[in-house]
Design a protein around this ligand. Sequence first.
Ligand code: GLA
Ligand code: ZN
Length: 676
Amino acid sequence: MAQYPYIMKDMPVLLHGGDYNPEQWIREKDVIWKQDMEMAVEAGINTLSVGIFAWSMLEPKEGQYDFSWLDEVMEMLAKNGIKAVLATPSGARPPWMAEKYPEVLRVDEKGNRHLFGGRHNHCLTSPVYREKVRAINTLLAQRYKNHPALGLWHVSNEYGGECHCELCQQKFREWLKARYGTIDKLNDDWWNTFWAHRYTSFEEIHSPSPLGENTSHGLKLAWKRFTTQQFIDFYEWEIAPLKEITPDIPCTANLMHIYDGIDYFTFAKHLDVVSWDNYPFWTGDARDRDVVLLSAFKHDLMRGTGGQKPFMLMESSPSAPNWQPINRLRRPGVLMLQGLQAVAHGSDTVQYFQFRKSRGSSEKFHGAVISHDCSKENRIYKEVCDVGEALKTLAPVTGSGTENRIALIYDWENKWILEDAQFGRNEGGKGYTETVLSHYSALLQDHFGVDVIDENGDLSPYSMVCGPMTYMLRDGFAEKVEAFVQNGGVYVATYVSSWVNEEDLCFMGGFPGPLRKVFGLWDEETDALDDTQHNAFTWNGKTYKAKDFCALVHAEGAKVLSEYEENFYASYPALTENAYGEGTCYYIAARTDEDFLMDFYKTAAQKAGVVPNIPASENGVLTTKRIGENGTFLFVMNSLPEEKEAELPEGFELLSGKTIKGETKLSPYQVLVLKI
Ligand code: GLA
Ligand code: ZN
């Protein structure tokens, strides 16, 4: 049983709130702010994120600060029992800064310095930008350190992108020197003898660019690793005054789920609590099952980056956003599902972007708690009120953890280097994320709880670990897998696994390199099929499709459970099982559809002694468990706009206040929370 501290010390409840920009309404504050507070309180809102993008209102001219309006806002929040998620304003800079100090503006990969505009686009190295950020963050912390409304620091907003200016190039070179020591070591690790690429000094190295070096996998991987470190370095710079002046106030930065540019497992180690922004592409039809599965994966991934602690859903749209290709309205019930699904996967908050819809500029039609009608009769507002009620009822869930026995590997560095590699299927990419997601979806639909970890994660708490397409082995990962299986664990491997080391150098002497004994096979070649081609294999009397990648392997001790049925490699193994030490390693040689993965994982989990959350359900029903000092909570969610059935254990359903058991009907998008 894992019970974690509350995100805000004095708030032992689930938090409900959103991004709030009262400064946009400063001229009408007497009417608007009053209405904001009244409607927030009625909707059960207990947190609001303020100050995001407020720099030009906080420092209208260089060195001339105006905190008066924020003082008023903080007072108003405190009076209404609302905690501030107070932002540092670095997500967007005021025009005067760009005008006076062009070095704060980013330089793109082609070497062009950008003009003022947009947001999330400053140079992370610029001493001027850092100094300005340090100054305003210090003033904010000093001013509000004892304020009763201050609950949490929201550092910047959605860190992302990269800068290729000369300052950043220099920092990159320093980082390379620290990592590789000598230029010869770098040349060897990057295989630079190829195409006459041996550098004679670090000064010759430039970041990847379409105008320059854009083929060296070593360089590209190093640049991605460096960029992650840049964000960590910048984040640490931002929080230094916050930590010094307000040591008890936790800090977070809102993450963007599978965003490619930052290795979030590495970055999130620096956050007190992980928070992230979820914008599902709801369809309102049968495809919503996959929409919910994708959100589920992202929630579990984000929880994983924080070491499985409760996290924060920092942003979600109360109604249709405005930037998706098609912004469908949410059917009744979807808002509740969207919010409670986050809680089901370990969030202790449901927060929105945004609380009040802005009147002008580019996000004026983005979903919000309060729309331009300012009406409490608005459908969305009423649904937000319902979510507020539900969250109050679910207060006992706050701080509870998970006890999942299955881990699924999702590794940013592996993704970078695998997607960059050229072999097999290049068109449309190698499909790493999609592959991990397909394994995840099968496990979740089988009603298994899943923790998502990366190759640096600890495998020992788990009974089964699944590592689809772990093409690159980080240092130490092979040893961990070996020990895990040796000690009785069930490991699931697939095609395109264990080909290269941490520097992207191929393992010599046959794939899967250091895992050959654990897998019990030799992976000799890999066929790539186009979207019209496929192979087949039969297992337990059922025939399944093999597609995209088919590994041609030879069993070296592994038991062959199924063989390919077509092509010149008919009769080569398609599925193997290798007894190793006390444990077992399964190897799935080809990419398959969901039907196989769902059947396979039932068997593999049984082997690992893992039992599902519920015995069975109709397609579209998903479950999770949270376990804490107030008990075990089983979340049952219908992801579809039609009635569905599930077979449930006996439990007290918190939202309806009724005891239920056995075959249970769920209305469209309904969520049940059973204390079992
Ligand atoms: C992001 C940003 C917000 C807002 C929303 C709109 O998540 O953090 O400021 O722009 O998108 O969906
Ligand atoms: Zn720069």
